[in-house]
Design a binder for this molecule. Structure first.
Ligand code: 5GP
Length: 126
């Protein structure tokens, strides 16, 4: 159920369609809680998107409405993916956009996993 003040989940969003297998993705990992696949427009040598299997619009929605099992399963999946891809030692960055100011494009909660080179400043100076 969406949290108040946020729009309802849109079943036609691109990640919902990927989850249903209606459009392809380059899958990196899947378990009961998460699906991970390569970003179509990578911003680093590794740019993986990790999404929960449940219908959550954003981090706000997921953190407020997901069950503890979903949250634990999802977070463990993110850590496992980074480790299995060999990024723990050199390091990596996780990013989740939420809402208009962040530039969130796809309204299904997702974590970006960036790695494979020094990633520079966290935010551009402005
Ligand atoms: P956001 O701006 O919502 O945090 O990030 C959405 C991400 O989804 C972008 O990095 C964009 O490149 C990626 N993306 C958009 N459409 C597709 C798609 O059809 N397939 C894949 N693999 N990534 C997509």
């Amino acid at each position: 159920m969406p949290i108040s003040g946020l729009p309802p989940y849109d079943d036609t969003n691109i990640f919902a369609r990927i989850l249903r297998g209606e459009i392809p993705c380059k899958k990196v990992y899947e378990d009961d809680w998460a699906l991970a696949f390569n970003d179509i427009n990578p911003q680093a040598p590794t740019h993986v998107l990790v999404i929960p299997k449940g219908k959550y619009c954003s981090f706000a929605d997921f953190s407020a409405a997901a069950s503890e099992a979903e949250i634990a399963g999802f977070m463990r999946a993110v850590g496992k993916i980074a480790k299995d891809l060999g990024h723990e030692a050199p390091g990596y960055r996780l990013l989740a956009n939420m809402g208009a100011d962040s530039g969130q494009e796809v309204p299904h909660f997702h974590v970006h996993l960036f790695a494979g080179r020094p990633l520079g400043r966290m935010l551009p100076s402005s």
